[in-house]
Design a protein around this ligand. Structure first.
Ligand code: ATP
Ligand code: MG
Length: 567
């Protein structure tokens, strides 16, 4: 069953970014001028449904769908589903959801498996032309015969089978007469080619496996290189955009369509996205999920689209990121801080400010009337007056952050300490008069203070200035919430190599229970985003329910990590 997923309203509601030139657009502009492809632009995004999409795929999605949008062309979503043992419907569905959430709509939803019969017929054509043969070498032998970058390969002993024999064997491969791995169909090109991809590449392998769409109809499956270009050709793709590792495959891509004499799309390669502190292959991400290093594909620490969504990313922030990094042919690694900055840009404009205390310390205002409550006016977003104001209750007993009080303050500590004055946000100037300590642990469990009723925010200001302003929550009105604080999933900038799992950060998640939030948050819904003043941006977790709210910290207000690293 396919889920009914509609493009998120949020994704639709914001203006598109201005077009930005890149080398792919230059190629297209020239093709349009030369009237190649009758002036059409047709792209596709071709994921293999063997995992959830990640931020690297988002780059490719923004590129392919963005080209179609800007050139008034079309972009298909095509599942490259030629690997039945690794592919699942769960992935097919999540990929559609993620593309739509990012704000894109495909022209056609297609599957390489839609073309299995056509691809088989194409293969028969190549056999008849003497351009493909059935080979009985096993995988190890094929590799051995292939040669190396410095040595030519050797011809397979089966290379010169007659067309009739090849046709018969290929049909019997299809009919299931042979075991897995016993034979392949190979293109007959050139075992001495300097390009290893041209040394009689495998087109079909035997695999008795159930496919998530075609079931048991097939026991031979096309290889990527054979399926991909021909699928592009069938769909009359004009510009087949892919990542640089396929540059060496382009001669083969071109060879197949030329030999078949079919429509010929243009493959164009660009540099894939790499991000610091991040692993980006689906294989590794799957391993993190399977080994329990994270709680699932949509764990907010994952670089998957679903993880970023759960973390509080907006589609706009990801599109802005794709725009800022641009598209080129130069391999590079982008600082993950750039992604976070795009997110802050968005959240600064769109997130409501609220007050919440993550590590509460009780503050009692000795001269404030018992039982008194004031509703103080607070601004929802200083960046956007249209977001209005709200009322926040103030009373005698409040919570402040533990880290906002020090009994013996270090130098330049502008927060609260005995004898010192600070302002409470939207409220009054207070002065600390003393503390109450736990008799056993000597820990400060309560801060005492007095307030000056003349200093209420919004009243004509006295000349008195204080250095610190603290956020707070009224104890009697506070909503208890749990908060997940996230840090990078990896400790090193480039978690590569065989031992990549050794650099997993063991402290990437900190769970805070019974944090105190202002009462407006009581009705917050999953995915709602806020700025907790001074503490960062947060969103309501998907598993959150009214009465037991869980917030994920999406990102800190500034990049504290960069500062720590520099110091
Ligand atoms: P992975 O190695 O993560 O599994 P993949 O390339 O095998 O990635 P596909 O599902 O085959 O994943 O990719 C679909 C499309 O997304 C391809 O066109 C691919 O080039 C592109 N893509 C994948 N990873 C990146 C990346 N890091 N940056 C840009 N594009 C990417
Ligand atoms: Mg792949």
């Amino acid at each position: 069953m396919e889920k009914d997923i509609t493009k998120s309203d949020e994704a639709k509601s914001h203006d598109e970014l201005p077009e930005r030139k890149n080398f792919i657009r230059e190629v297209i502009d020239n093709d349009l001028k030369a009237n190649k492809y009758e002036g059409r632009v047709q792209t596709r995004f071709p994921p293999e449904p063997n995992g959830y999409l990640h931020i690297g795929h988002a780059k490719s999605i923004c590129l392919n769908f963005g080209l179609a949008r800007d050139y008034k062309g079309k972009c298909n979503l095509r599942f490259d589903d030629t690997n039945p043992t690794k592919e699942e419907m769960e992935y097919v569905e999540s990929i559609q959801e993620d593309v739509r959430w990012l704000g894109f709509e495909w022209d056609k939803l297609l599957y390489a498996s839609d073309y299995f019969e056509q691809l088989f017929e194409y293969a028969v054509q190549l056999i008849k032309k003497g351009k493909a043969y059935v080979c009985d070498l096993n995988a190890d032998k094929i590799r051995e015969y292939r040669g190396t970058l410095t040595e030519p390969g050797k011809d397979s002993p089966y290379r010169n089978r007659s067309v009739e024999e090849n046709l018969d064997l290929f049909m019997r491969m299809r009919n299931g007469e042979f075991p897995d791995g016993s034979r392949t169909l190979r293109a007959k090109i050139d075992m001495a080619s300097p390009n290893l991809n041209m040394r009689d590449p495998v087109m079909y392998r035997i695999l008795h496996a159930t496919h998530h769409r075609t079931g048991d109809a097939w026991c031979i499956y096309p290889m990527y290189d054979w399926a991909h270009g021909q699928s592009d050709s069938i769909e009359r793709i004009t510009h087949s955009v892919c990542t640089l590792e396929f540059t060496d495959h382009r001669p083969l891509y071109d060879w197949f369509v030329e030999e078949l004499g079919v429509y010929h799309p243009q493959q164009i390669e660009f540099a894939r996205l790499n991000l610091t502190y991040t692993v980006m292959s689906k294989r590794k991400l799957l391993q993190l999920v399977e080994d329990g290093n994270v709680k699932g594909w949509d764990d907010p620490r994952m670089p998957t689209i679903s993880g970023l969504r759960r973390r509080g990313y907006s589609p706009e922030s990801i599109r802005l990121f794709a725009d800022r990094i641009g598209v080129s042919r130069a391999e590079s690694t982008v600082d993950v801080a750039l992604l976070e900055d795009c997110l802050r840009d968005y959240l600064n404009k769109h997130a409501s400010r609220v007050m919440a205390v993550l590590r509460p310390l009780k503050l009692v205002i000795e001269n404030y009337p018992d039982g008194g409550v004031e509703e103080l006016e607070a601004v929802n977003n200083p960046e956007d007056a249209s977001m209005g104001t709200r009322k926040v209750p103030f009373s005698k007993v409040l919570y402040i952050e533990k880290e906002d009080f020090r009994e013996t303050p270090p130098k330049k500590y502008f927060r609260l300490s005995p004898g010192v004055e600070v302002r409470l946000r939207y409220a009054y100037i207070i002065k600390c008069t003393g503390v109450v300590k736990d008799e056993k642990t000597d820990e400060v469990i309560e801060v005492r203070c007095t307030y000056d009723p003349e200093t209420r925010s919004g009243l004509p200001q006295s000349s008195r200035k204080v250095k610190g302003t603290l956020h707070w929550v009224s104890a009697a009105h506070a909503v208890n919430v749990n908060v997940n604080l996230y840090d990078r999933l990896f400790n090193v900038e480039n978690p590569g190599g065989d031992n990549w799992k050794d650099s997993i950060n063991p402290n990437s998640l900190e769970v805070l229970k019974d944090c105190k939030a202002e009462p407006t948050l009581a009705t917050a819904k999953p995915q709602d985003r806020f700025q907790f003043e001074r503490m960062g941006y947060f969103c309501v977790d998907n598993d959150s329910r009214e009465g037991s709210l869980v917030f994920n910290r999406t990102v800190t207000l500034r990049d504290t990590w960069a500062k720590i690293e520099k110091s």
